[in-house]
Structure formats: structure tokens, C-alpha cells
Write a protein that binds this ligand. Sequence first.
Ligand code: PXL
Length: 281
Amino acid sequence: MSANTTTSAASAPAVTLTIAGSEATGGAGAQADLKTFQELGVYGITALTCIVSFDPKDSWNHRFVPVDPQVITDQLEAILTAYDLDTVKIGMLGTPATIDVVAKALQDHDWKNLVLDPVLICKGQEPGAALDTDKALKAQILPLATFVTPNHFESMSLSGMDSIETVEDLKEAARRIHEASGAVVLAKGGVRLEGDDAVDVFYDGETMEVLRAPKVGDVAVSGAGCTLAAAITAELGKGATPLEAAKTAKAFVTEGIRNRVSSNAPFDALWQGNAGQGPAL
Ligand code: PXL
């Protein structure tokens, strides 16, 4: 290879990994993570945990197939041997067996940034199985996280609160989740809290900050949660502080929702492309 085609160390991108599932239509999961990484200028790597195919014949519920745990271990062995990584995002894991092997691989490694998007429920998953998975995620992965991004439902589950209706409730949830995990928390109100703004609460144990952006419509868009956590991961990988990363990620998601893509599915998908081409945030 000539010097001209080799990326020099000085211009080498930050490298970030996502451990996530495939969502076949491309709106969520590993696909959303990789598009986000690319758009934000980091070199993206994926270890696939499962394959989700929505079922158009069954209300677009999720058909879920886990990747064999040994194959997940193999992917992580290849990745962690090839690259000296310090920044990882965790998306959908899906089964206790997957959580076991991922937790083992994560524990054996020193992470500066371990961003957990605590995907607790897969639409259409059998509730008993989902409960076991939730428990395992809380017991084995949450304690390893340095940053966690629960949505409205996940904030209730992780905080033990029965309802979250106001910004004050969301702040209380963020406080509780931080105390339980030690992680920086970005608790997402999204379209679920009333009002004109999409409100997220940032809490790192000292700074409590409410991040706001005008709601873009009233309906959740596929891929928003994955993209937010992936953007936080990319920014942390490039050296941003957690609060800077959260603010950049929120602006990126807001713009991606403005640029959303419609399909024959009954929901739109966020699009990471065209960043910076829309109206000023
Ligand atoms: O948005 C959560 C999510 C994460 N990962 C995968 C998914 C979904 C939702 O559909 O399919 C693989």
C-alpha cells in the first residue's frame, strides 16, 4: 500500500463499537448506529446480537432471532483483538444467554465509555422471556455502564416509579437511576410528556440539566433512541464531555427526525443523512 492510501495516525478516526441487533428495514438497531457513527466521523464496528424482522402480516410485530452466543463471542474476540477500543454502545441484547456472553466480554476489558441504551422490550416478545431478559440486563450490564439512555418506559422500569408525567418526575427518575447505577443518565421524555418540547433530563450526580427541542410531530419515529445513544457514543469517542455529547446527540436526533423517511410501514424512520442541511437548530 502506498503512503498516499494509508490513513496516517494523525488523521485516524476515533473507533467505536456497537453491540446491537439488526433491524431489517434499516431504521433502528445496528443499521441506525452505523449510519450515525459514519455521519459523525467515527469508524464504526458492529457485533450483531440478533436479527429482528418486523412482520407486516402481524401488525408489524417483531420476529426475533438471537445470534448463537458462541458467534457473539467470536465477533467480540475478532473486534477486541483487532482494535484497542475504549468506547462501546450496547443496544438490543434480547436474551439472558446473550447478556451472559456480552457481560463476560465487557468485564474482561477496560472501557472509558460504555453507553447503554437499555432496550427492555421487543414488541411481540413473549412477556416471560422479556422479564428474564430485563432482570439480567439490570443485574449484569447496567452496573458496567458509564452512560445510560432510558426512554420513558425504561425510566419507569429502572427507577421503580409507577408513572412519569412531568419534567420533575423525569428528574426524579434520572436521580434514582444514577444512584442505582453510578452512570451518567439521559432520561428521555420524547413525545410522551405533554407540552410543545421534547424534553430529556441529563444527570451526572452533580449537574441536572433539562435539554429541550421543539417536538417534531407527536408520533415516535423509528430509530430515534438508537441514534441518540449512538451519537452520544460517537461524541464521547471523539473526546466530548458527557453533557456536550448529550447536547450534540439531541440536536442530531432532532434534525434526523425532521429528515425522516416514510415507507409502507406504519411508522417513519429517522434519517441520519443530510445532517447540517436543514434549518438551523
Ligand atoms: O429501537 C429499539 C430497537 C433496537 N434494536 C433493534 C430493534 C429495535 C426496535 O425495533 O429492532 C434490533
